[in-house]
Design a protein around this ligand. Structure first.
Ligand SMILES: Nc1ncnc2c1ncn2[C@@H]1O[C@H](COP(=O)(O)OP(=O)(O)OP(=O)(O)O)[C@@H](O)[C@H]1O
Length: 273
């Protein structure tokens, strides 16, 4: 019954071990809650009672110099609904962290808080040791660049794939259009898409949309230093995809991680929460 998940997990374990040898990386992957903590992975579970509970076998590391993001005692409510109640964890450079939990327990909410799109009611978010206050602004690329792949891919319907992927650069860089086009094509090729630049999102399959969203999250202004995203947040990147398309996206995520990004993912592997 757990064959798919088991296969995935062991693949992931193999991958993690390999990464560990190369860069001393600590990873986590999706697994049923009962399996959390096995194989030395860390992870956070948001429970049905909406009470957040850190299950992670916290990596014993007294040195916090490699901590990129820290959530400290974060609370968030929507009206009467208390969604997050004291969530605390740290994400270190090179880590891959998974977050799992039943529907509606606040997984997307914590990602949005980390990304600076939502402000916590209480508690703090530290980015490279600096406390983030409120929401992130368009100009704020200081400290750490965070890419977010939304659950729904969140492409702009009326923009072409090229305009979607290059959006950040068209809006916030002085790069000429031709150079952006070239970069867009390169990033699309990196996620296995070629010749789709002029299509609208409505002309893409679900898997292609996810890959376009992934390309958009990793593109950066090559004329500037230190703006490459170092943390990528994935909100159910394989939701709604068939097993083959899911595998393609999962492999892409792993290959992006091997390039040195840290990632924090919530979602399913092969259709299992
Ligand atoms: N902007 C908002 N306004 C009001 N309620 C919200 C808002 N965003 C989220 N919620 C509520 O907060 C709860 C948690 O939502 P969230 O999307 O974080 O859950 P989730 O764990 O990601 O769920 P799923 O697995 O179904 O995607 C839900 O009950 C949702 O209805």
């Amino acid at each position: 019954k757990n064959c798919d998940l088991g296969t995935k997990r062991s693949k992931c374990c193999w991958f993690n071990k390999k990464r560990k040898e190369q860069r001393n990386v600590i990873c986590a992957c999706m697994a049923p809650p009962r399996n959390l903590g096995r194989d030395g992975f860390s992870g956070s579970k948001l429970t049905e009672s909406s009470k957040s509970e850190t299950l992670s076998k916290e990596v014993k590391n007294e040195n916090d110099s490699d901590v990129l993001i820290e959530c400290r005692n974060v609370y968030k409510s929507f009206g009467e609904k208390n969604i997050l109640q004291g969530v605390s964890f740290k994400i270190r450079h090179g880590e891959a962290v998974g977050i799992i939990g039943p529907s509606g327990t606040g997984k997307s909410t914590i990602l949005k808080i980390i990304a600076g799109l939502l402000a916590p009611d209480k508690g703090e978010v530290y980015v490279r040791g600096r406390k983030r206050s409120g929401l992130i602004s368009d100009d704020e690329i200081s400290g750490l660049r965070i890419g977010l792949v939304f659950q729904s891919a969140a492409l702009f319907d009326s923009l072409t794939v090229r305009e979607n992927v290059g959006f950040l650069l068209y809006e916030h860089s002085s790069m000429p259009d031709e150079q952006i086009s070239k970069l867009v094509a390169e990033n699309l090729a990196a996620v296995g898409l070629k010749g789709v630049e002029d299509r609208l999102p409505s002309e893409l399959s679900g898997g292609m949309k996810k890959r376009v969203a992934l390309a958009r999250s990793i593109i950066y202004d090559i004329t500037k230093e230190s703006v490459e995203p170092e943390v990528l947040l994935y909100d159910e990147p394989t939701a709604g995809l068939d097993p083959i398309a899911s595998t393609v996206v999962e492999d892409l995520i792993r290959s992006v991680h091997t390039k040195g990004y840290c990632f924090f993912m919530r979602g399913k592997l092969s259709g299992k929460e």
